[in-house]
Design a protein around this ligand. Structure first.
Ligand code: UN1
Length: 512
């Protein structure tokens, strides 16, 4: 089937109905939803008003007051059922992700797999929300820490991982005893509605099996910036986890700070890889190709800067350019296509502007041109661009959310580490090397300054078991695995006296 004859609106309707979304929810609203695959409209979703958003947050707070009393392993049971529902819905939800965002089939499915994985992780975690017992200086005393739910957790997510990012936050927040209010990207309300319907199915089963779950435990709010601001400013939202651009983070962060609310910010990346003289070049080629061209360059972990040692530059870069020329671009739901569309026209224009700016700085561009515009005039497919740059300057230090890989030569390892870290962002990074000293240095205190530093794999495609996030303008937040759960709880330090006297700390005397 050609792009011109695809009927994505009908397919999205059928998927939504199978996933449990009421047809009325995606018709007649004010928010027009387009599939980047063809650029055609696939839904019109109703938007929430600011007043209704504030009321929804108040209702979520009520849900929190009840949910915090449910023992954590019992809360985990709800997330176990959510994981089961997601397994059952994987094919349909994965396909809807492809339709709404333009991901290739395996990545659409992979996104849902990431949701299932974090549910499994959160179920185990629900029995491991433990604190320390700490030695006290006072006789007959015990000091310990306990972890408690925080309240309503706000989740703001971006178009490029329209549902997985919700799950990283919600699965943890819910086992930790919080309620959640989710504002998805305005570009992706359909997958959000489907996810909400799947969550509600899990709640129904949980209650049918004897579990206690209050209404409004997880609330979806669809709309623009205005309702995002209500979420960020609401006094009953002690934590907002926001994923998106650095510009968005700059707007959200100070507003939260002003009212002393917590933030988990996961913002832009400008991720680099270093290819050293001992790199396995076959492996490097594959690692770079996926990290730089995969998801059409629209992951926050996408590889954007490549530093190649002089001694291997001429063996690697022509091969890469060849891979860029031959990579299959087109309908992401057709097997064999590896690069789908950009999300929209604005994204295409930003990519072209970055390529022009790179040329003005002396960059030599291969690829980057629009393709398939005859087949789909309103969709924006591009050939990924590889740009040989004389130095790290101009657009190279910015994140352009498109498949542009800037390639630069290096000769000195310490100097390339400085260049690697010499951008404002600090999300993900990697080194391709078989030299143990270089590998260890790269992940040491004087190596990569990013939240993720990999050896012999690209910077993108992280598993959920690790903490995910980065430094500097990436925002400093950590989501997903390891001990990221602590950000969704409040810690109390408790000192208990089981003696008959009252010794004061630091030897203070206060005898009355
Ligand atoms: C994002 O692009 O916002 O590491 C997240 C990865 C994915 C998550 C990306 N697991 O590429």
């Amino acid at each position: 089937m050609t792009l011109a004859t695809l009927n994505l609106a009908a397919e999205a309707d059928a998927l939504l109905s199978r996933l449990g979304v009421d047809a009325a929810a995606v018709q007649g609203g004010t928010l027009s939803v387009r599939s980047p695959i063809t650029g055609t409209e696939i839904g019109k979703v109703a938007e929430l008003s600011a007043e209704a958003t504030a009321a929804a947050i108040d209702a979520a707070h009520q849900a929190f007051l009840a949910w915090r009393n449910v023992p954590a392993p019992k809360r985990g049971e709800l997330i176990r059922l959510l994981g089961e529902e997601l397994r059952a819905a994987k094919a349909d939800l994965g396909r809807l992700v492809s339709i709404e965002v333009g991901k290739i089939t395996s990545e659409g499915l992979g996104e849902v797999q990431e949701m299932i994985d974090i549910c499994d992780f959160a179920v185990g975690l629900s029995r491991q929300l433990y604190g320390l017992t700490i030695a006290t200086e006072r006789a007959d005393h015990r000091m310990m820490e306990t972890w408690h739910p925080l309240g309503v957790v706000g989740i703001i997510s971006a178009f490029n991982f329209p549902v997985a990012v919700w799950s990283w936050n919600a699965a943890l927040a819910l086992v930790c005893g919080n309620a959640t209010v989710w504002k998805p990207s305005e570009k992706t309300p359909l997958t959000a509605l489907a996810t909400q319907a799947i969550f509600e199915k899990a709640v129904k089963r949980y209650v049918a099996e004897g579990g206690t779950a209050p209404d409004n435990l997880s609330t979806l709010i669809i709309g623009g910036r205005e309702i995002g601001e209500v979420l960020v400013d609401h006094p009953k939202v002690p934590l907002v986890s926001a994923t998106g651009s650095t510009a968005m983070g700059r707007a959200v962060g100070p507003r939260l700070a002003k009212r002393f609310a917590r933030a988990i910010l996961e913002l832009g990346g400008n991720n680099a890889a270093i290819v050293t003289p001992t790199a396995d070049l076959d492996l490097t080629l594959r690692g770079v190709a996926f990290a730089a061209m995969g998801t059409a360059g629209q992951r926050c972990t996408t590889l954007r800067r490549l530093f190649v040692h002089d001694s291997v530059y001429d063996s690697l870069v022509p091969r890469l350019q060849k891979a860029y020329q031959s990579v299959t671009i087109g309908n992401p739901m057709v097997d064999g296509n590896l690069v789908g569309p950009l999300i929209d026209k604005a994204s295409f224009e930003r990519m072209q502007a970055a390529l022009e700016a790179a040329k003005a700085e002396g960059g030599s561009v291969t690829g980057g041109e629009r393709v398939l515009s005859d087949a789909a005039a309103d969709a924006y497919y591009v050939r990924p661009a590889i740009v040989e740059m004389p130095s790290q300057c101009g657009p190279v230090v910015d994140e352009t959310f498109a498949p542009i890989l800037y390639v630069m030569r290096y000769s000195d390892f310490d100097a390339v580490l400085d260049l690697h870290n010499g951008v404002p962002q600090g999300l993900s990074s990697s080194i391709f090397t078989n030299d143990m000293r270089e590998a260890e240095t790269f992940i040491s205190a004087r190596g990569s300054d990013c939240g993720i530093a990999n050896v012999n794999i690209g910077p993108s495609g992280a598993e959920i078991g690790g903490a995910f996030g980065g430094e500097k303008e990436t925002g400093g937040g950590r989501e997903s695995g390891s001990d990221s759960w602590k950000a969704y709880m409040r810690r109390a330090t408790n000192t208990l006296n089981y003696g008959r006297t009252l010794p004061l700390a630091q030897g203070v005397k206060f005898d009355i």
